[in-house]
Each structure stands twice: as C-alpha cells, then as structure tokens.
Design a protein around this ligand. Sequence first.
Ligand SMILES: NC(=O)C1=CN([C@@H]2O[C@H](COP(=O)(O)OP(=O)(O)OC[C@H]3O[C@@H](n4cnc5c(N)ncnc54)[C@H](OP(=O)(O)O)[C@@H]3O)[C@@H](O)[C@H]2O)C=CC1
Ligand SMILES: O=C(CO)COP(=O)(O)O
Length: 334
Amino acid sequence: MNQKITILGAGSWGTALAILAARNGCQVLLWGHNPHHIALLAKQRQNRRYLPELNFPDTINVTDNIKDAAQFSDLILVCVPSQVFKQTLLALYPHCTARITVAWATKGFNPDDGCLLHEVVADIFGAHTPAALLSGPTFAREVAADLPTAITIAANQAEFANHLADIFHSNRFRTYTSTDLIGVEVGGAVKNVLAIAAGIADGLGFGANTRAALITRGLNEIIRLGVQLGGKQETFMGLAGLGDLILTCTDNQSRNRRFGLALGQGKNKDDIIKEIGQEIEGISAAKETHLLALKYGIDMPITEQTYKVLYEQLAPQTAVQNLLSREPKSEASD
Ligand SMILES: NC(=O)C1=CN([C@@H]2O[C@H](COP(=O)(O)OP(=O)(O)OC[C@H]3O[C@@H](n4cnc5c(N)ncnc54)[C@H](OP(=O)(O)O)[C@@H]3O)[C@@H](O)[C@H]2O)C=CC1
Ligand SMILES: O=C(CO)COP(=O)(O)O
C-alpha cells in the first residue's frame, strides 16, 4: 500500500497506530509537540516513555513541526488527548490543502463546551470534509504487540470509512465500519467515566457482582445519553460501546480503571495522576458527561456520583451508599 498518513500525538495510542499503519505498508509521519521527546524517538527508534521496547519500522518518521505534518499527507489521524484536540487542529489547519481528510482516535468531549469531536472537526475544516473516528476495545500496548484486536471506524462518508478500514485492517487487526459517528463517540467518551467508577468499587473491596452491576447499569447510562445526542441504540452494543466498556472496566491496563482503584483505596487524586503519568480521559469526561446529563435532564446516577467524588470531594464510600440507597425501580424504565 503506497498510502501516506500523518499521525498527530506521540503518546501511547498515536505510536501504536503509527506502528500498525507502517506494518500495513503505509509511510507514516508521527508528530509530537515536544521537541525533546521527538528527538529521542528519532534517535532511539522507539517510544520508551509511552510504549517501551517496540522498535519503529523504517517507514515511520517523526517530527515536531506541525507544518511538515500537514504537508506530508492529506490523511490526518489525530491521537492527542481531548483537552488539546481543538488547539492541535487549529494549529494544523492553516497548513492543510483543500484535499484534507481527518480521522481521530481520541476519546472524549471538547472541554470548553462538551461538544463531540466531530463537531470540532466540522467547525474547523467544514462539514463536507471527510471525517472519521476509530474507537473500540484497543489497548495501545496490545495493538503494538500485534495481539488480535477489533475496532469500529465510523465516518460521515462511507467511502472514507472503507478507505481507513483498508489501511488499518490486517489479520491481527479487524476493522468494522459504521455510519454512526455520534454513537461511537459517546461510547468511547463515557466508558472512561464508568471505568473510573468500576475501579473505585474494586478499590473499596467490592466484588465481581458489584463490577458487573456497574458495567450493566453504566451501559444504560451511555445509551440514554447517546440516544439523546443522536446515536443509534445498536451502536452501544458493539465494539465501541459494550466492547470498550467491558475492556476498560475489567482490565488493569486501563489508566481510568487504575485511577479509580487507587481512589477507592484512599489515595490522593493528584498523587495518582502523577503516578500514572499518562492521559486519564475519564476525569474531564466525568464533568462533561455530568453537565450534558443535567442539560438534557437524563438520569445518570453512576456518572453523577463519580463526578462528585472527583470534583466535590465526596468520599467514595458515600458515593456507593448514595447509589445503593436509591429507590428500587423497574430495570426497563428510562
Ligand atoms: N492508550 C490507549 O490504549 C488508547 C488511547 N486512546 C485515546 O487516545 C488519546 C490519547 O491517549 P494516549 O496516547 O493513550 O495518551 P498518552 O498519555 O499515552 O500520551 C499523550 C500524548 O499527548 C501529548 N500531548 C500532551 N499535551 C499536548 C499538546 N498540547 N499538544 C500535543 N500533544 C500533547 C503528550 O505529550 P507529552 O509527553 O509531551 O506530555 C503525549 O505524547 C486519548 O483520547 C485516549 O483516550 C484510545 C484508545 C486506546
Ligand atoms: O480506551 C482505551 C482502550 O480501548 C484505553 O483506556 P484507558 O485510557 O483507560 O487506558
């Protein structure tokens, strides 16, 4: 495949997807904002800070220059955290051609206004620009280690989703396409909040029953919000919904789950963030999801209690008590 691709974000996920694309025959330019870090990647041909012990294929080059990144390819894949998604695209925009196509693998909301990231892309590049999101149960380390993985690629144009599916698909990385950008985005953003909640429960010493209840009732919260925002119900039963929710709520590779675990064990929030040393998207997503739930009048009790633990110093034990003391209700009710 003679495809060129620019990947923005030299953290764990950007690096893993760069390795995957290069293995599939693409020429990759990996951009990172930190010149010192990028110089190390160029010298060591590894990303030791975020994805140690994995050598870069020869077809990966690196840069800290956003203009070079824009000019390398008309296919951009954004893998920076949601907090800096908009500012990264604004920096890229002036250097792009009219043929630009934009994909992203970031999971989260735009922090200022709670917008979905496809809205940010449309605002900057125009609604007709091909736009797509890659999302699903995909730990970076496992993808880079070539362990079997499946992902959903949702796009505003079916042709663009198919193109990306061809680029990333291999016999170790299975791609499924979707037209439900909103559903896939909401699934990926909100599961991080629930992974924090599941971690808190485990950190408090609760068992498998509690975790399964949180995952199932959490899925209900994702569906209620996602459908309200325009997502399709069936999307939430797929890889980018239930699939990613199970992954991050149950496996300690998840930084969101590990963050929750440590909170449940009584550790200090800032100390845990420092110790994990990587992006924990659920912290900001808890706030944005809670605000969206308030805005639309949607009942999201697990999200609400997680928000209060993170932003209102509510003790995790009290949050659980608040959830358990709710009135019994029909499982089917909204
Ligand atoms: N890791 C995973 O398994 C997966 C992650 N994702 C999603 O991918 C996104 C990125 O996460 P991930 O790669 O894991 O995070 P990491 O913590 O591994 O890396 C974050 C990267 O973002 C960079 N960064 C920080 N600030 C800026 C900025 N202002 N401009 C440009 N880059 C910046 C960091 O650079 P620096 O080192 O200088 O701080 C670092 O390279 C998140 O939305 C996450 O949810 C999705 C699926 C899987
Ligand atoms: O999104 C992910 C896997 O699909 C990564 O999860 P964490 O950000 O919790 O590590």
